[in-house]
Design a binder for this molecule. Structure first.
Ligand SMILES: *Cc1c(COP(=O)(O)O)cnc(C)c1O
Length: 244
């Protein structure tokens, strides 16, 4: 749920965002430099769950070009008031019965993890006469509790959905396991990058490998160093989330 805030609180959050945003940009810049990469090749997605729409719109006015929500109901509640000048993605788990509500409102769904979900996005997009970009979510840590396609099944999965109209596969997304240290997380990011490159090289019909979305507040610098070109950052921009 979006937090309901007083004007004072909104202003405080806007101030915090300004400071945090400058800090995140600086850290992105340094990570890109360390990796010999161009900062312009890396998109910062602001993960806006629980963030009031006033604060999101301030972020967009300040330069955020890409936002992502992971709860359909919350996104739809904010949608009318949302500044439409930024690009919107759906991130995180998506129930098939909610696809209809976001088609046309987001340009990309980052978390396709079943043929059934891909088919529903396809069907609803065709009905709306548009094409929805998607990323395939990979369960890079092979965790039983996590959604996503096992890395070993990526090629088969992509081939299975490659014939669907109304969707355009643009790349891969992953949320690696919680790790003890930087070295451990980096191994998962490296594994994802390798998969991304290997799949690109296979040139599967109708499958594009333009985007590799990985890295969040705690690990976006390692993700940039490993080759991510979309990082999804929430709390490092907007502060800790309060779900009360
Ligand atoms: C919330 C969320 C993020 C951002 O998380 P932070 O740790 O706050 O940066 C990234 N990806 C997904 C799918 C999310 O739901």
């Amino acid at each position: 749920m979006t937090e309901k805030c007083s004007i004072e609180e909104i202003n405080q959050r806007i101030e915090n965002f300004d400071r945090n945003y400058a800090n995140v940009l600086e850290r992105m810049e340094r990570a890109a430099q360390r990796a010999g990469r161009n900062i312009d090749d890396i998109q910062l997605l602001a993960a806006t769950k629980t963030v009031p729409v006033e604060v999101i719109n301030h972020a967009i006015a300040s330069g955020i070009r890409l936002t992502g929500e992971n709860r359909v109901q919350e996104f739809c509640e904010k949608y009318d008031e949302l500044d439409k000048s930024a690009v919107r993605h759906h991130i995180g788990r998506l129930q098939t019965n909610k696809v209809r509500q976001i088609i046309g409102k987001v340009s990309m769904i980052e978390s396709v993890d079943s043929v059934h979900l891909a088919e529903e996005i396809s069907k609803r997009s065709i009905a709306a006469n548009l094409v929805t970009d998607v990323l395939v979510e990979i369960n890079i840590g092979d965790e039983a509790s996590k959604s996503g396609i096992p890395a070993a099944e990526t090629e088969k999965f992509l081939t299975d959905i490659s014939g669907l109209e109304g969707i355009c596969v643009r790349g891969l997304m992953s949320i690696p396991p919680i790790c003890e240290n930087d070295k451990e997380i980096r191994q998962f990011f490296d594994k994802m990058y390798k998969l991304f490159i290997d799949i690109s090289a296979k040139k599967i019909d109708n499958i594009n490998m333009d985007y590799l979305s990985m890295g969040m507040s705690g690990d976006f610098e390692q993700a940039i160093e490993a080759g991510a070109n979309i990082i999804r950052v929430g709390s490092a921009l907007f502060g800790a989330r309060n779900y009360n």
